[in-house]
Ligand binder design. Structure first.
Ligand code: A3P
Length: 291
């Protein structure tokens, strides 16, 4: 396991060095026009969206792809640099597929400029703040690249203050939302919509991407990407990743909307909501905390 890292301020965003050590190569990364960037705040449904996109593009062309390589190799994590592993930029550079699917958790202002110059398509997934915070708490407990989360109450306070790896949830989701308003190549999705009706969201994705999947193929992808199936798929559930301790918490944990109710006290929820209203008062972005 790598040593747990400390948070520090990086261009106004809280980060750990595992995602900034390779910064020069990240900033100079050469995107290709057909690259598809999957952008999220951590724990918003990145792996789920990556899995669906990978199936949409490659399940018919490379039938053994999904069983032969873990999702983090098929969809490289752009900014990661962990000792003894290829960096995200190296993995992305070595991909010969078209399109390349590339994952990032960077806030919109830190995305390498080449993605915008090449007019790449971006699939952004957002998740309501309360469930996102809960999921992130359990992830930070088991992910040794991130700082120790401590207890839930202290963690929640830091979430509110934006002192999380990749910074403030509020800035992240609103930053990408504002960019989407002037950028037709960003498809903004919600985790809650995916839980409510995965098939409908796959249809919307296909319209955005212009893919020609048949109704049967889409139905197959919907079924394959259901939580129980992905949870038992070792190529998608991160069980091969040595920085995560599955004895503490699984990566595919619950996959639900509304688990926040099992974690927030009434007082925590009220305080959170009050602060939320202030932080989100200038945006048209709306979330559902239950479906
Ligand atoms: P929980 O911790 O709430 O269970 P990311 O991939 O961005 O790290 O997000 C991980 C979260 O997405 C976890 O949430 C995980 O269980 C959930 N998830 C992953 N695949 C899913 C699926 N097919 N259906 C529902 N939730 C899924």
């Amino acid at each position: 396991m790598p040593p747990r890292a400390n948070l520090f301020d990086f261009h106004g965003v809280s980060m750990v060095h595992y995602f900034t050590d390779n910064w020069e190569k990240i900033q100079n990364f050469k995107a290709r026009p057909d690259d598809i960037l999957i952008a999220t705040y951590p724990k918003a449904g990145t792996t789920w969206a990556s899995y669906i996109l990978d199936l949409l593009y490659f399940s018919h062309k490379q039938p053994d792809r999904q069983t032969s390589a873990p999702i983090h190799e098929r969809v490289p994590f752009l900014e990661i640099q962990i000792p003894c592993f290829p960096t995200g930029t190296e993995l992305a550079d070595s991909l010969e597929t078209s399109p390349r699917l590339i994952k990032t958790h960077l806030p919109v202002q830190l995305v390498p400029k080449s993605f915008w110059e090449q007019n790449c398509r971006v699939v952004y997934v957002a998740r309501n703040a309360k469930d996102n915070a809960v999921s992130y708490f359990h992830f930070d407990r088991m992910n040794h690249a991130h700082p120790e989360p401590g207890d839930w109450n202290g963690y929640l306070q830091r979430f509110i203050e934006g002192k999380m790896v990749f910074g403030s949830w509020y800035d992240h989701v609103t930053g990408w939302w504002e960019r989407k308003q002037s950028h037709p190549n960003i498809h903004y999705m919600f985790f809650e919509d995916m839980v409510e009706d995965t098939g409908r969201e796959i249809n919307k994705l296909c319209s955005f991407l212009g893919t020609t999947s048949t109704a049967d193929e889409k139905e197959q992808i919907r079924a394959m990407s259901q939580f129980d199936n992905m949870k038992k798929d070792d190529m998608a559930n991160y069980s091969t990743v040595p920085i995560m301790d599955f004895k503490i918490s699984p990566f595919m944990r619950k996959g639900k909307v509304g688990d926040w109710k099992n974690h927030f006290t009434v007082a925590q929820s009220e305080e959170f909501d009050e602060d939320y209203k202030k932080k989100m008062k200038n945006t048209t972005l709306q979330f559902r905390t239950e479906v």
